[in-house]
Ligand binder design. Structure first.
Ligand code: ADP
Ligand code: GN1
Ligand code: MG
Length: 355
């Protein structure tokens, strides 16, 4: 693919090389370090027009808020570069591409190698993101992936994957399927609380992996929340829980040696401390109560998605070895088992932090 030719459509000259290791999009950086070119995965995000509208609106809102509090927003959020024709993306050889300014002088932290300090920064960063967007009218955002963190709907998809057994793998994994089925009752807890009005709909990021936040390379301060494709109306608990799903583990989600996979209480404490510094006055009492549970819910949900994708023949997540999705699911389920036993302790720690 001729990336320089694609870049010209955005009025940018230069060469591009791959960077980043997300599971969904393909990302390239210009060799002069000024721009990010991304192929939008349109199997996952079927409507790039609406997707980009969300991203432009949310980033403009964050930029305005930062200016209001006297901060220079240029390295603090994504900045969309439009094409020469004024479009937010372009179709090249049937694929959708967009361009951002590269946020320079940053370091990225991968879940498997993060420290408690990194998690404290991530908690502040994602907390600040939610706080800045707390008065954004979330109902005006498009749902870029329907029912993304609707765990009940994920279970419906999972059961379909079991019934159709498209890749003929079901007989290999009876224990994992049983693990999912034994815990289905947890899927409704946050959804019901939202329906009852006990917790609000808010603008949520929905993919709060620690590598979706960029840190200043010199000061280690959290700078910018990126990967805004899944910004949608949701529960703030999704962001808190999802961040600790991966970041709250002693190992990466790709780790196959499950003796190394444990809930990391230091990361939990550090992230929660940072998050609450930003969000303690915004969250409702019921949201605070459900924080520890949300980690288990998001970990269970992600495990279901990995296992479902394995049954479907690995059509969604990028994989790097044949049983990669099965390994990832086992890894998540190991954490779920531990989280079931740790919730009371986590709640007590949160109460203590709030004083
Ligand atoms: P994915 O959905 O595949 O995870 P991301 O949007 O997270 O895609 O991008 C993948 C990686 O590319 C990021 O983790 C980061 O390293 C890099 N990246 C993306 N956008 C920018 C940007 N504007 N500035 C600097 N780096 C970026
Ligand atoms: C995907 O794009 P990336 O790698 O940040 C996925 C998340 C999962 C995560 C698991 C749009 O995130 O929901 O939690 O993989 N993103 C999408 O690693 O499905
Ligand atoms: Mg990412």
């Amino acid at each position: 693919m001729n990336y320089s030719e694609i870049a010209l459509r955005f009025g940018i000259e230069g060469e591009f090389a791959p960077c980043g290791n997300g599971h969904i999009n393909d990302t390239l950086r210009s060799k002069d370090g000024r721009y990010i070119l991304q192929r939008i995965n349109t199997n996952v995000f079927t409507d790039p027009e609406k997707l980009m509208e969300n991203i432009e609106n949310v980033t403009a809102f964050v930029q305005k808020k930062l200016r209001e509090i006297g901060e220079d927003p240029s390295r603090r959020t994504l900045n969309v570069i439009r094409t020469k024709n004024g479009k937010t993306y372009t179709i090249y050889e049937g694929q959708a591409f967009r361009m951002y300014d590269n946020i320079g002088g940053t370091k990225e932290v991968e879940p498997g190698s993060k420290t408690a300090e990194d998690m404290y920064g991530a908690g502040r960063g994602f907390g600040e993101f939610q706080k800045l967007l707390s008065d954004y009218p979330s109902e005006t955002l498009h749902e870029t992936i329907m029912d993304f963190h609707n765990t009940a709907s994920r279970l419906v998809d999972f059961r379909k994957a079991v019934f159709s057994d498209r890749a003929g793998r079901l007989q290999e994994i009876p224990d994992e399927v049983e693990f999912v089925l034994k815990r289905t009752q947890i899927a409704d807890v946050v959804l019901n609380a939202m329906v009852r009005g006990e917790i609000p709909f808010a603008v949520t990021h929905n993919d709060t992996k620690i590598n979706n936040i960029l840190f200043d390379a010199e000061t280690d301060e959290p700078l910018a929340v990126i990967d805004l494709d899944t910004v949608m109306p949701g529960s703030r608990l999704y962001d808190y829980g999802d961040a600790l799903r991966g970041g709250g583990s002693t190992a990466d989600e790709d780790e196959t040696d499950l003796t190394k996979v444990h809930v990391d209480m230091e990361s939990f404490k550090a992230f929660t401390r940072g998050y609450l510094e930003e969000m303690k006055d915004v969250l409702t009492p019921r949201e605070i109560e459900l924080l520890p549970f949300s980690i288990r819910l998001m970990t269970y949900e992600c495990g279901i998605r990995f296992l479902g994708d394995y049954l479907n023949g690995d059509t969604y997540f990028k994989i790097h070895r044949p049983k990669h999705n099965l390994d990832r699911a086992r890894n998540q389920f190991k954490l779920v088992e531990e989280l079931e036993k740790l919730e009371t302790e986590m709640s007590a720690m949160i109460r203590e932090m709030l004083g």
